[in-house]
Design a protein around this ligand. Sequence first.
Ligand SMILES: NC(=O)c1ccc[n+]([C@@H]2O[C@H](COP(=O)([O-])OP(=O)(O)OC[C@H]3O[C@@H](n4cnc5c(N)ncnc54)[C@H](O)[C@@H]3O)[C@@H](O)[C@H]2O)c1
Length: 414
Amino acid sequence: MRTIKFGIFGLRRGATFYRNVMMNNGEVVAVCDRDETKLEEAKKHLGGNVAAYTDFDAFLAHPGLEAVFLCNNFQQHTPFAIKALEKNIHVLSEIIANATMAEGVALVRAAEKSKAVYMIAENYPFMIFNLEMKRVVEGGTLGKIMYAEGEYNHPFNPYDAAEMRKYVPFARHWRYLCPRTYYITHSLGPLMFVTGAKPVRVTAMPVYAPLPDDTISGSVRGGDRSAVITCLNDDDSVFKVTGWAEYGAHCNASRFCGERGQIENIRGDFNRLLLRYNAWDKPEGKEEMTEYAAEWNDPDEELIKQAGHEGGDFFTIREFFNAIRENRRPIFDVYFATTMSSVAILAHRSLLERGVPYDVPDFRREEDRVKYENDNLSPFVAPDAPNYIERWSRPFVPSDEAVAEYERRIAKQD
Ligand SMILES: NC(=O)c1ccc[n+]([C@@H]2O[C@H](COP(=O)([O-])OP(=O)(O)OC[C@H]3O[C@@H](n4cnc5c(N)ncnc54)[C@H](O)[C@@H]3O)[C@@H](O)[C@H]2O)c1
């Protein structure tokens, strides 16, 4: 198996992949981060031969670099992806693929022109429960899937300074600028992967419940805890998904309802599944209700078990490297990636308008590209920028005092 010469850009998330790359016969030859302490840590892990850069262009020019993993800020992947694709360097991009509609158009055009592979690094579809649901759905015993739900619910203890410091080291970090619908791939990705259905129309509602002011981040965040998003799909099925939600208890969950039965994972458990059929319609030899644990049935099982995100991170690298080696489109190609982003972006607009529906474009079609090629609206720019769109369902911009207070609270040693 040919070794892939790989570079990693952004070394918080990116630094968790060194072992995974090696397990899939890749070699990290270069890393890039503007934070030099992270470069030093990388050298400690990877040895002195790895080249360390603070500047992306210099990193991209590293001799022999074949492929890059973009693990920089959530909303800033597209310009870096395009630069790499223009040099025919393969791109694995962390989520989200594009943060504006215009970026989605530009990304598709760049990927089509390039000889390189583009893949979005969506890892949740590869978690064991989602793979098992794909196996059952494709087995056909549930009949046509008419409805599916996906939930990515990741609340943080709002009084835990260490946790906030780790994930949100300053108040204007992307995690606090990110509207609820934008972090959508962990809930929508598995549903698109399992069913093959593609959203064509979207609508969303905010779940508004501000955190109390005495919590660590209460005074710097808008009040939306989640967004409840519905998608009408190209096969007449309907999805209900959340973006990044923070309510109830932590879980990643999917549920698929077909003509004859349904399958879901038990919320809070990655590996307990509940498969049910109606009494009058159950396939021969099946129980009405079965609760069971899925199995990997994969030759790389031992390696998968060592990887992050319940094994999902292993599959992401394996699929990307195999697509490069076999010179083929990966499962999560640029159309899959930009469709998820369009749902995220247009769901947010729907939410701001209290549920007005939006058609989801198909960027394979030139007429859809032309419609959005100059649409630069973004919730991530400063509120006085001409292309700013509100971040929250009720307008909110934290004061300078609140920002200073946040940074004081997370700096305090616990
Ligand atoms: N798929 C998953 O399960 C998963 C999990 C965590 C994070 N992520 C994704 O990974 C990405 C990174 O997340 P994170 O939590 O590591 O974010 P982070 O903000 O903690 O880290 C980003 C890193 O990129 C560096 N960086 C940003 N812009 C740079 C630039 N122009 N030049 C040099 N260095 C730059 C920063 O210094 C920082 O070290 C995000 O897109 C996030 O959505 C995905």
